[in-house]
Design a binder for this molecule. Structure first.
Ligand SMILES: [Fe+2]
Ligand SMILES: [Fe+2]
Length: 160
């Protein structure tokens, strides 16, 4: 999966320990596993989701968390990544509306990697975006993402 490669590249760029690189890689691979329980009609819908569909879509981090939480090899760091990869530093994310102090570094890297990977892949409702443009979007999400991290991500985003 693209997001796993991006996230691992980012973790190496930042100088994460081997253990943390591994945790992030697993979290990135599993982060959207809850989407397995979202109807395909919603996942593959070619136009904008209505509010009801949006709410169902937004349940995927908690579904993923519930699916994985009793599995022995799944560590708290991985669960944190699965549950919180749509949280933002300014508290505008979901499902728990966490704010900056509650959002770990692993989650911060995962969120940036996930947004970027989603933008540079084509989706049913839009074509793939050039890396340069996708990186610009990250730079514009100032209150939501950690600025120095987005800056460090430049090497991952544009030099591949
Ligand atoms: Fe997600
Ligand atoms: Fe994702």
């Amino acid at each position: 999966m693209l997001v796993t490669g991006v996230a691992v590249g980012f973790a190496l760029e930042i100088g994460f320990s081997d253990l943390d690189v591994k945790r992030l890689g697993i979290a990135a691979t599993l982060h959207d596993i809850g989407k397995a329980h979202i109807p395909l009609l919603i996942l593959d819908k070619p136009d904008r989701l209505d509010p009801g569909e949006e709410e169902i879509m937004r349940s995927h981090p908690v579904i993923g968390y519930e699916l994985l939480k009793d599995i022995e090899d799944i560590t708290p760091e991985i669960l944190d990544g699965v549950r919180h990869h749509h949280e933002y530093l300014d508290g505008s994310g979901y499902p728990d509306a966490l704010t900056a102090p509650e959002i770990s570094d692993l989650v911060r890297l995962l969120t940036i990697s996930d947004i970027f990977a989603a933008l540079i892949e084509s989706r049913p409702y839009r074509p793939a975006m050039p890396r340069q443009n996708a990186y610009k979007i990250l730079c514009g999400m100032e209150a939501k993402l950690e600025r120095p991290l987005v800056k460090a991500f430049r090497n991952v985003a544009l030099v591949v």
